[in-house]
Write a protein that binds this ligand. Sequence first.
Ligand code: ADP
Ligand code: MG
Length: 486
Amino acid sequence: MDAVYVYSRGSRVTLTLQPTCLVISGQHLGSARSTGVLSACIQGDADSSGSDFVDYFRVVYAAVAGATLTLDVCELSPPEAKKRTARLGSVQFSVDAGDVDSVAAWTGRLLDRAYAQANTKLHKRLLVLVNPFGGQGRARTLYETHARPVLRAARCEIVEMDTRYRNHAEEIMRTQFELGRYDAVLCCSGDGIPHEVFNGLGRRPDAALALASTPVFQLPCGSGNAMCVNLVGSNDVALAALTAVKGVVTPLDLCSVTQGANRALSFLSQTLGMIADCDLGTEHLRWMGEARFTFGVVQRIITKATYPCTVSFKAVRTARPDVLEAYRAGSAAEAELPPLPAAGALPDLAFGTVADPVPADWTTLQLDTMAIFYVGNMAWMSSDANFFPAALPSDALMDMVVVDGKVSRRAAVEIMLGVEDGKHFEHPDLTYYKLAAYRITPRAPKGYISIDGEAFDFSPFQVEVHRGIGRVLSRDGRYQTTALDR
Ligand code: ADP
Ligand code: MG
């Protein structure tokens, strides 16, 4: 057993490296804990002997300076808590003069274990892009209070930049960003900055390499923070920072969207109809805060708002049991990092653009009374909307949900209530398909189209998905628990 002996207020404490956790034990630990010697951070599961079990994921750093050992550890919310959170703490032990070298060597072995997951790295070099306008202007404060202390404790090398105008992040990534200089780009923002970062990387002449060598991650400081909810399982800023530090590089499907003469990348979602309307068309209700979206949905269910359009798609899975089975198989498989591609542009479009004829083998539906058309590349659209429980990070498929405006109000309400925990997946009045590509042509004179939460022109667009061409950081290579995991 790899153990060292140190002291906390004169009492001897044993620190042991076990296969899955660091164990802290000592005769007087119980009283030490209650007197706050072991700061509140180390509140792992304690057994009756008074030992603390600290999961390696929570260990941020360990170092010996002089005759003092400092452990930086995050306290995590208990499993039963409604929201998952992290809180950084640090605890100090004194070391006998004769043991300083051996304890210092032991901290190296502790760090090896704390950063042992494949595709993670100690001392990450991070570019932090802060949108000072994200989340009603609170992004910088949230970052400085909850995220930067974790990144600093982990001895990450941090370069911070503010975005100064719309599309500034896109410009930075397209024109200034040096490939290989950073281990990840952290967007201290809502979903708007990650969208810009992927697009900036995607518009470079070396797009394929740029995307594959640049993990993108979100410190959730905006009003919509879906990316983080999927990769971290919470929109807690400190837990996101811990996941940035400890998380693993994970391949992500990205979608090409062609509209008019433009090609953009989408990492999260595309929508037209009720959801886009509630997202983008309720600005005048901003004073309502979070309730704005729910209010918009309720209002539209009552008035039975519909959005006529034509949708053509290449569906790969349409039967619900088939979708479920593919999800189970895909989420159990170990995701492997593909080798870095040569420096080249984005993949060619396999299905042409929105200006080409619809491919002959696609299915076309006239949706004269569509209410919801929502396509997702990630599972969670917010912390209380598991809209696409069957979504996988790199299955080369998009999940499509369609609800017709002719369903009963009762069914519409059931579906919207079910979204919170993914129960809508089973609803008979809802279409849930897995697609390789689609085109949508709105037939109303005006309306809203939302792509990754950003407003796009109200005109036809076509989308296809490219397997795993982007990179994100995630806790364990998966989207956090969806309804289908239970
Ligand atoms: P939120 O979730 O609060 O909307 P986002 O981070 O998603 O926050 O950003 C919203 C928009 O703010 C993005 O479209 C982005 O281009 C824009 N933006 C970024 N920096 C600035 C800035 N300095 N001034 C104005 N807009 C900005
Ligand atoms: Mg997918």
